[in-house]
Design a binder for this molecule. Structure first.
Ligand SMILES: [Zn+2]
Length: 300
């Protein structure tokens, strides 16, 4: 049975080599996240790279809310609304997500069960008003369950900082996890669902902070996690897609997002089909829907 894991990494672009780029300074420790302009990367497990346009034909720097809305729906949100929107989605973007999210599209096509692997802390359920991410809107509108602290504790969820460092710092009683341990948890969720989404945001935060030490630590940890995930999922039936909403951390000489292409990294069963389709962020959801709804026989 075909399955897909989508790993979303905020603020990861394809930059140039140099002292401004932590992905270059890390060498092999940044594999497979380190992709450079005008160089073909050597990706483990026969991975493929689709250099992906995040600017989407709209003037200005690409931003998180509009980019994430586009990734999660397949609709070019900046083009529809006429601007890139930073931070959290506004009502117009939330409306697009409520109608067209990948979770809803899969549900309508009879492809279930699907899940958002990230855990939410009690603060999310208790605090009002709250900021609502694109994915939170998508999960709510599709009537799906949010994974909680208890899921994190029993090894059935991954925190957005997969080592649990931030959630432990916040005072919650959860075990710390190595990248490999977190990858085990995510791989088990992937094996139990047709579509699994996991999101990671700290790359964008250290990019805005222009904090090289933090960037080196965060990227080498994340790269180890991604390598472990790809090594653990069954690539004969699973397609792994890793993408980003805009560049940022690949150029610490500036505080802003970059206009660079972002890497869409692909592994597993349908990597070639997805690779053939993905040119911009608006192609991610349609490519995933197509591979999950296609007749299995055409693939065998
Ligand atoms: Zn972003």
């Amino acid at each position: 049975m075909r399955r897909t894991l989508l790993i979303f990494v905020d603020g990861l672009g394809i930059g140039t080599r140099g002292q401004h780029n932590p992905l270059d300074l890390l060498g092999d420790d940044a594999s497979p996240l380190a992709v450079f302009a005008d160089e073909e990367p050597q990706l483990p497990h026969d991975g493929l790279l689709a250099r992906t346009d995040a600017c989407l034909g709209v003037e200005g720097r690409p931003q998180s809310a509009s980019g994430q809305t586009t990734i999660l729906t397949g609709l070019n949100a900046p083009a529809l609304l006429g601007y890139h929107k930073q931070g959290f989605p506004n009502e117009a973007m939330r409306g697009i997500i409520r109608e067209h999210s990948i979770f809803l599209q899969l549900k309508r096509a009879g492809i279930t069960p699907n899940t958002f692997a990230n855990a939410y802390t009690p603060r999310f359920f208790e605090t009002r008003p709250r900021w609502v991410s694109a994915t939170t809107v998508a999960v709510e509108a599709a009537g799906m369950r949010f994974r909680r602290l208890e899921d994190l504790q029993r090894g059935a969820a991954v925190y957005q900082d997969f080592t649990n460092e931030l959630v432990i710092e916040a005072g919650y009683d959860v075990p710390p996890r190595t990248p490999a341990e977190a990858a085990d948890v995510l791989a088990a969720l992937v094996a139990a669902h047709r579509f699994t989404l996991y999101e990671y945001f700290i790359t964008d935060r250290v990019g805005h902070a222009q904090d090289m030490d933090a960037a080196l630590r965060v990227i080498s940890n994340l790269a180890a996690f991604v390598r472990a995930v790809v090594a653990r999922v069954d690539l004969d039936e699973t397609t792994v897609v890793l993408t980003s909403d805009h560049g940022n951390v690949e150029d610490l000489s500036i505080r802003n997002h970059t206009r660079n292409f972002v890497p869409t990294l692909l592994w597993g069963a349908c990597r070639r089909e997805v690779h053939a389709h993905v040119r911009t962020l608006a192609d991610i959801t349609p490519a995933i829907i197509e591979t999950l709804t296609a007749k299995e026989a055409t693939h065998a």
